[in-house]
Design a protein around this ligand. Structure first.
Ligand code: GN1
Ligand code: MG
Length: 365
């Protein structure tokens, strides 16, 4: 704890560190909220970047700056309507003007501004909130739609490339084998039945039907901040996965996350379902900001994106379970299996409602 406070102090240019506590529920990085007395901004976020996941942390920091500056320029040119705000966490510097600190153990620490008077939720409460969450992602994509994707580093090669996750799964299964529990068998069967579907988005990309754009990479519900007083969205956080990609990864991730009222950590995996009304509101919110830059082919792959990203996340959790929990943080050894089952059930529910989801997409277009 003393070490942590020492690191926090490096980023505290004015005032005094009053408090430091764990923040949020990330599966990859470690996040802390720092409270400072006597500073213009009373809070900031301190994070230890997971270097097993992010091999080039300096590129992550570079992307954060590129996105922050671009969004600031766009908002200066065309301010939002009054009563609306949209914020991107700012990179904070140390006294020496550096954007990170390496501690004695070699860990990589960075600090970000905190978005005040806003909160996040692990699950969506109603369609009004779903609309706001969707519109936050649409606004984010819209604000970056004129940033050339090659201005961003690919900080996580292979991220959201489903066929790559499938190849990794095959390799882990071969190397480590799988248990014989009913749950594991269900997972193995589930994946086997969907192998042919895995390349759907990458194929469309290589055929030139879908193109790379700046994406967030992880726009799940609890990465969207909502104003505490008004409930309106005020921005997206957790920008480490920003990179050139398909907006479909983001749309799929937002819907698989927001459309699951039980949330991705529920123990009640058999009860998990995709709530189409929430899906409609999420998509309506998204499209209210995204009509200008989506084309016909983009719409044609929306259903597949929703189904694929739920499946892909289940596959990633399942593989990590077989691998011995080496990627996602766990509190108990079966947690990644439970998380996988949640996403598989969600995928089944999305599949069962294909006709209804297609109709929603048609209606909203
Ligand atoms: C991870 O760490 P967190 O919770 O922000 C993961 C996402 C998953 C998410 C599922 C870099 O994000 O892809 O969708 O868990 N991030 C990375 O909760 O792998
Ligand atoms: Mg994340």
């Amino acid at each position: 704890m003393d070490d942590l406070i020492g690191v926090a102090k490096e980023f505290t240019l004015e005032g005094r560190v009053l408090d430091l506590r764990e923040h949020g529920s990330g599966n990859v990085n470690d996040t802390f909220l720092v409270t400072v007395a006597g500073a213009a901004e009373p809070h900031f976020i301190l994070q230890r970047l997971n270097l097993h996941v992010f091999h080039r942390p300096e590129r992550v920091m570079d992307n954060l700056r590129t996105v922050g500056e671009h969004v600031a320029r766009r908002l200066a040119l065309a301010p939002l309507t009054s009563g609306r705000r949209f914020e991107v966490p700012r990179v904070l510097l140390t006294r020496e003007g550096r954007d990170h600190v390496i501690d004695s153990g070699g860990a990589f620490w960075r600090a970000l501004s905190f978005i005040e008077a806003a909160e996040t939720f692990d699950t969506i409460k109603d369609t009004g909130q779903a609309q706001e969450v969707g519109s936050a992602l649409g606004r984010f994509h819209n604000l970056l739609s004129d940033l050339a994707p090659d201005r961003l580093f690919d900080t996580l090669p292979g991220f959201h490339i489903t066929p790559g996750y499938l190849a990794h799964y095959d390799e882990v299964l071969e190397r480590r084998g799988a248990g014989q529990s009913a749950e594991v068998k269900y997972g193995l069967r589930f994946i086997r039945a969907r192998r042919a579907f895995a390349p759907v988005l990458e194929m469309a990309r290589s055929q030139g039907k879908l193109r790379l754009r700046p994406i967030h990479g992880d726009p799940k519900v609890n990465n969207v901040m909502l104003d505490t007083a008004t409930g309106r969205s005020v921005g997206l956080v957790d920008l480490d996965t920003v990179k050139p990609g398909l907006v479909h990864y983001d749309i799929g991730d937002c819907l698989r996350s927001g459309g699951n009222p039980l949330g991705e950590e529920t123990g009640d995996w058999e009860m998990v379902r995709f709530e189409a009304d929430l899906g409609r509101a999420l998509l309506a919110g998204y499209l209210s900001q995204a009509q200008d830059f989506l084309d016909g082919a983009d719409y044609a792959y929306l259903y597949d994106a929703i189904r694929l990203i739920a499946f892909e996340l289940g596959l990633r959790f399942f593989t990590d379970h077989l691998a011995g929990n080496v990627y996602f943080k766990v509190r108990h050894p079966e947690q990644n299996l439970a998380r996988a089952l949640v996403q598989f059930k969600l995928t089944e529910s999305i599949e069962a409602q294909k006709t209804a989801i297609d109709a929603i997409i048609r209606d909203l277009r």
